[in-house]
Structure formats: structure tokens, C-alpha cells
Design a protein around this ligand. Structure first.
Ligand SMILES: Nc1ncnc2c1ncn2[C@@H]1O[C@H](COP(=O)(O)OP(=O)(O)OP(=O)(O)O)[C@@H](O)[C@H]1O
Length: 584
């Protein structure tokens, strides 16, 4: 298998030390990471230390595991001493939960949560704390490595008060004093802990002498600080594999700058993967103009099956055409190119979510009831596995009043009950779950009763901090769809009626490949992807990176549809040499 790797990929395979892998779209990041992992574990002799392969979502981690299995053939589940999982679960499990008690008030084991399920009574909340929504969103507040207090990506600005300690900071302290840490704070907590106890940092470095981080452009400043400390504390090899041009998770604190700093840092070796297995050279030539690292001065090399596809990307200029007209035009073009029209081959992408009549904003009053409702749908019409997973997650929140990732959840379940009893309990909920053909309001009512009964029968106690009537609840009124409560639950989860092709937001297709992609830019105005943004916008901004992710998905046909705009033909990014201009 190894001989199939490109020269660039081989360089990564044999590299050691501190290494950044700057990888272009379609360069086989997951494939290369899987090979790298196998290169270690094939000859691994140490029982007490292992390789950690980290990514940002469970889906991405599973992909690496699956890829490794496909390459190897007879690998089996990769377990101790190695670890394949998310950056969050690595930090939580191996640092915060294992050593966190060293650094909490009264030395309690920290509790990690995603949302504030405690809602502690706190008398000093001012009116504006309510009206600005700060109270209900306390999980969005956190301290940065720079000691500033943040809400989302911005330092907290509370113009109404100049107190030394803001109410939100005071509330945060109350939670911290009880050992409660939000998921977005665990990296900072871990960083401070490792700084204070260098022995802990050395112990972790010894436990994981090799750390590989995939999609490393999505690392936050705080997470990178943790890995920097580990690297200084004895980790033998650390690999950051990513593409800064594809960082589209700023709202989750992803900081592509951290990744770029490592590329600049001479103490890190940089390896570039510039061969694109996915797209044609014609597509690579065009997309290079929208990449901050290439800036149209050079292109990635198309090296895959469709590298010589002659069809140039199409710039379709529209004039008040309906969306359907635009899509029809695109589909016709796909057919001309003999591309089979299927969701696997063809994708229509827009920015943001796709709305339909049953998209009722704020429908579910808690994450738990939404998970149960989805589970009910999956149980009857979709995947039983998904139904089980959703029910398990929601039930865990109901019983333990904690919202955490899968890995942590399983640890705690094992601590408190037997796996068998827990499984029976979840299955019991699913067997008794009301039918999704029921009207949604009725369904929620019925489910509440059934849930309480099943808990009683299976001898599981609902957390005293969970009020059934507040948790199993849906919105009261909706101006746009006043009769929404009468719609059957089934209708809310039925797939949008797009069997012919994939229709998705750009975030939804990150990491995917299609034969043909239509990126539909609908409007000239707004803080979204507009013709003006594409023509002259800064390349180092998230909207541009979103456009880049979209444009780098197709193998053969990229069509960009947008309103005809003055000056487009003279704009370097849309040169007639690279694009075929068509009008609708
Ligand atoms: N050496 C190789 N030989 C043949 N095919 C390869 C090789 N390396 C990668 N590929 C294939 O290239 C395709 C693109 O790989 P992959 O989806 O992992 O790219 P990527 O780098 O994650 O892309 P993106 O960042 O754009 O999502 C996959 O089908 C993969 O199997």
C-alpha cells in the first residue's frame, strides 16, 4: 500500500519531531494521517504509552479509524494504549478529569458540562444581564489565555457597568467554586494546570509521546497553548495537519492563525501536500484565486482521476432568475457531461441553513426533547443506531444532569450502573416511544408520561434538577406557522424533498467530494457571500474561506451562479481565460 503514497505524503510518513503539514484540498489528509498512525502502531512495543490521533468531531475521528482499518485490513478496534478521539475528549479525559482536582477549590474532581443546567440562584443579576441574554448563555463566557474575559470570540464589553467584577464573572466564579467547568473552558483549565504542575505535563507527554492533530486549522488559541506545553514537556513527535484556507469554525473559536504561526515558526518543520486528488486542474486553477495561501500566484496540482477534465468552471450570470431556473440550468449541464444526477454526485450549495415550512425557529425548548423526538423518527423510519445514540445522550442528561461527549458519558455510565442495565433502560424507552404520526404537541405530552413510567420501571431516578414539564416542552406560538402544533412529528424530520441531488449549506459538505457543485450566490448585498466579496474581498476572512470550501468540493464541474455585476470581466479572480462565462 505504501508505494501508492505520493512523494509529499511519504515525506510526512517518515517525518519526526515538530511538524506542520500544510495540506491542500483533496490532498488525502485523512488517508495520510491513517497511514502515519499505522506506521507507528505496526511496530509499537510499549504497553504504557501510545499514539494520540485527534480531530475535532467524533465523525472525523471515526473516519480516521475507518480509513486505517481499510488500509490495514485486519486492524480491529484501536484501543489502549493508543487514543483516537476529539481534541476535547483528550483534554477532558487525560488532563482535566485525571488531574483537575489538583487545581479546584476543595480539590474536588471537576465536572464538565456544555450548558448551565444548574441555574444557581444569584441575586445580583441586573436587568440588562437578562435583556442581553447573558444569564441564559453563561456557557458562552470564558477566560482566554490572555486573561481577558470573552463572550464568543469577543472580549466582554458591558458598557452599562464598570464594576471590577461583572455579574457574569461573579456567576462564573460561583460555578467554578463548585468545580463546574464548561466545555469551552477545559483547554484553559488544562493549560493552567499543566503550567502549575510541570510533572503532570511530563506524565502526559510520557503517556502520549506521539500526538497527531488532524484539521489542525480548527484548533483554538487555548487548545494550541496546551499542545505547545505538552510539546515542551517531552512529547517526541507532534504533527499538525491542516489547511488554514478551510477554517470555517470561528464561531467555535477555531483560530487558523495558530496554525499559520506554526508554519512560520522555524522550530517547526513544514511539509506541504500540494497534490489534489479530487479536482480537475481547471478547477484548481480557479480556486487558487480564493485561497489566502496561494493568492492566484500558483495552483495546486491536480493528480487525481479527473485531472485532465476539459470543462472549465462556469460563471453563470443571473438576472432576477428564480432559484429553480438556476438549478435546472446546472442540472442540464451535469447531464450534458454525463454526470449521473444523484445526491452522491451532484450538490447545490448555499450559505446558511436551508429552510422549509416545518422549520419553526426555537421549536424545541430543550436539547433533550429534540433528541428524543429525532430518536422516535429514526426508530421508525431511519437508523436504529442513531435512535439509540440520541436516546442515550438525552437520557444521560435527564439522569445525570450533565451534557458531555460520548466518551465521557460512557465512562460515567460505567461508574454508576452496569452497561447491561443501562442498555435495557434505553431500549425500553425506545420500545415505548409514542408513534411519530402523532401531532407534535400530543406526542410531547404522551412522551412525558411514558418517560416517567419507564424510569420508574427500570429504577432510574430523574435528576432532581430536571423538571419534566420545563424540559419536555415545545414553543407555544409561532407567527409564521400558527398551526404548527398540529403537524405530525414525522413531518418535522422528513428529509427535504431533494432525492435527485444534495442540497446543503457549505458547512454541511466540509470534507466531502462531488462530481459537480453549484455554488449559488443569491444576493448582491448582505453580510454573506456576495459578488463583491468574491471579486475584491480580503482573502483572510471566514466568508471567503467558506466560498473556498464550496468551490473545492467538485471533481469535474464547478458552477458559480451569481447576479451579473459591473466590472466582473476585468476582475483578476474571474478572468475569461479561467472561467467560461454563461448567462441565464
Ligand atoms: N496516494 C493516494 N493515492 C490515491 N488516492 C489518494 C491518495 N491519497 C489520497 N487519495 C484519495 O484522495 C481523495 C481525497 O482525499 P481526502 O478526502 O482525504 O482529502 P482531504 O485532504 O481531506 O480533502 P479536503 O481537505 O478538501 O476535505 C480520497 O478519495 C483519497 O482516498
Amino acid at each position: 500500500m505504501k508505494e501508492q503514497l505520493t512523494e509529499e505524503q511519504k515525506k510526512f510518513l517518515t517525518a519526526e519531531g515538530k511538524v506542520v503539514v500544510k495540506a491542500c484540498p483533496g490532498s488525502g489528509k485523512t488517508y495520510s494521517v491513517a497511514h502515519k498512525l499505522l506506521s507507528y502502531i505496526d511496530n509499537w512495543k510499549d504497553y504504557h504509552s501510545g499514539v494520540a490521533v485527534l480531530s475535532f468531531t467524533n465523525v472525523a475521528s471515526n473516519e480516521i479509524q475507518e480509513k486505517a482499518q481499510t488500509i490495514h485490513g485486519s486492524l480491529g478496534e484501536l484501543g489502549y494504549p493508543h487514543f483516537i478521539g476529539t481534541v476535547d475528549s483528550f483534554i477532558d479525559e487525560f488532563i482535566v478529569l485525571r488531574y483537575g482536582h489538583l487545581d479546584t477549590v476543595s480539590n474536588v474532581r471537576p465536572r464538565i458540562t456544555i450548558t448551565d443546567t444548574w441555574k444557581m440562584p444569584y441575586g445580583f443579576w441586573r436587568k440588562e444581564c437578562h435583556s442581553k441574554g447573558c444569564i441564559d448563555n453563561i456557557e458562552q463566557f470564558y477566560y482566554g489565555i490572555d486573561k481577558k474575559f470573552y463572550k464568543g470570540n469577543e472580549p466582554v464589553k458591558c458598557e452599562k457597568r464598570n464594576a471590577r467584577s461583572l455579574p457574569c464573572q461573579q456567576y462564573k466564579k460561583m460555578l467554578q467554586d463548585r468545580g463546574i467547568i464548561f466545555q469551552n473552558e477545559t483547554a484553559l483549565f488544562a493549560y493552567q494546570l499543566l503550567k502549575k504542575y510541570p510533572m503532570v505535563a511530563s506524565a502526559i507527554a510520557e503517556r502520549f509521546p506521539v500526538i497527531i492533530i488532524d484539521e489542525a486549522q480548527d484548533t483554538s488559541v487555548n487548545q494550541m497553548a496546551v499542545f505547545d506545553l505538552l510539546s515542551k514537556s517531552g512529547v517526541k513527535s507532534m504533527f499538525l495537519v491542516g489547511d488554514a484556507d478551510q477554517s470555517i469554525y470561528e464561531w467555535r473559536n477555531a483560530s487558523p492563525e495558530c496554525f499559520l504561526q506554526k508554519v512560520e515558526d522555524t522550530s517547526w518543520q513544514t511539509i506541504e501536500l500540494t497534490g489534489n486528488f479530487r479536482s480537475s486542474q481547471n478547477i484548481c486553477n480557479v480556486t487558487s484565486y480564493f485561497s489566502a495561501s496561494l493568492r492566484g500566484t500558483k495552483s495546486n496540482n491536480a493528480i487525481g482521476y479527473w485531472k485532465d477534465e476539459v470543462q472549465k468552471p462556469i460563471l453563470l450570470l443571473t438576472k432576477n432568475n428564480s432559484e429553480n431556473d438556476t438549478i435546472d440550468y446546472f442540472i442540464k449541464k451535469c447531464m450534458e457531461m454525463q454526470i449521473g444526477i444523484s445526491p452522491k454526485n451532484v450538490a447545490v450549495l448555499t450559505r446558511g441553513r436551508i429552510y422549509s415550512d416545518t422549520d419553526i425557529k426555537g421549536l424545541w425548548k430543550s436539547a433533550e426533547i429534540e433528541l428524543y423526538a429525532k430518536a422516535a423518527y429514526e426508530w421508525k423510519y431511519g437508523s436504529r443506531k442513531k435512535a439509540y445514540e440520541n436516546t442515550e445522550k438525552a437520557t444521560y442528561c435527564m439522569i445525570f444532569n450533565e451534557d458531555t461527549d460520548k466518551y465521557m458519558m460512557q465512562q460515567k455510565i460505567r461508574e454508576h450502573t452496569t452497561e447491561e442495565s443501562w442498555k435495557d433502560f434505553i431500549i425500553n424507552i425506545l420500545i415505548n416511544i409514542p408513534d411519530v404520526d402523532m401531532e407534535i404537541a400530543e406526542w410531547v405530552k404522551e412522551f412525558s408520561t411514558i418517560f416517567v413510567d419507564v424510569c420508574k420501571n427500570c429504577e432510574y431516578k430523574i435528576s432532581p434538577d430536571k423538571e419534566i414539564k420545563d424540559t419536555f416542552k415545545i414553543k407555544r406560538n409561532d407567527n409564521k406557522s400558527p398551526d404548527f402544533k398540529k403537524i405530525s412529528l414525522k413531518k418535522f424530520f422528513e428529509k427535504k424533498n431533494e432525492e435527485k441531488y444534495t442540497r446543503s449549506s457549505i458547512h454541511g459538505v466540509k470534507g466531502e467530494s462531488y462530481e459537480a457543485v453549484l455554488l449559488h450566490v443569491k444576493s448582491r448585498t448582505g453580510s454573506t457571500i456576495t459578488p463583491k466579496l468574491l471579486m475584491e474581498g480580503e482573502l483572510e476572512q471566514e466568508l471567503m474561506r467558506l466560498a473556498y470550501v464550496a468551490m473545492t468540493r467538485p471533481r469535474r464541474l464547478l458552477m458559480l451562479a451569481m447576479p451579473d455585476t459591473k466590472g466582473i470581466k476585468t476582475c483578476g479572480r474571474f478572468s475569461e481565460e479561467l472561467w467560461t462565462y454563461e448567462n441565464l
